[in-house]
Write a protein that binds this ligand. Sequence first.
Ligand SMILES: NC(=O)c1ccc[n+]([C@@H]2O[C@H](COP(=O)([O-])OP(=O)(O)OC[C@H]3O[C@@H](n4cnc5c(N)ncnc54)[C@H](O)[C@@H]3O)[C@@H](O)[C@H]2O)c1
Length: 159
Amino acid sequence: MTDRKLNIAVIGLGYVGLPLAIEFSKKDNVIGYDLNKLRVSELNKQYDRTNELSKEELLEAKYLKVTSSEEAIKSSNIYIVTVPTPVDKNNRPILTPLIKASETVGAVLKKGDIVIKINDYSIDDMMSYMETLSKFNKGDKAEVSVLRDTKIVILNIEF
Ligand SMILES: NC(=O)c1ccc[n+]([C@@H]2O[C@H](COP(=O)([O-])OP(=O)(O)OC[C@H]3O[C@@H](n4cnc5c(N)ncnc54)[C@H](O)[C@@H]3O)[C@@H](O)[C@H]2O)c1
């Protein structure tokens, strides 16, 4: 489709990342990247073990490519990281997945800053991004403004 302008990469295809990737793929090209090869293989057979998405919904998502290849995300313009942020027994965040995912993205990032804002919530860092996503319920609609350099792109998404 000629109006597909954005190439979005969603890093981490869990409870949050997979539905997000599916929604974005309704309008733009999406690469869903996960380092869990079993998860990738299952999703490519339209099986979501988290039961967030049905086989039919996965089959319909023809502009979503699911991969564990870092090479495949290189051509993306926007990177959204949705990897786990667990805590240890002392309630301190375990940042290893986030650091590893940041290294993956950092290795392919091109010149240009990206700021994501969803409805009235300004997204300044990964934690505020996660917090904002948690305010939405399945079926809610949101307008997402993405600022890259000086250009604003508006996305309308349904959760
Ligand atoms: N699940 C929820 O209801 C919920 C709600 C609000 C916010 N969040 C936040 O969203 C984030 C994601 O949570 P989730 O529940 O989707 O996690 P999840 O455990 O369901 O999925 C995370 C996925 O990321 C993959 N992954 C881990 N490290 C990776 C890496 N370095 N590169 C690529 N893929 C990697 C895992 O294989 C897994 O498939 C967390 O920060 C969580 O706190 C979750």
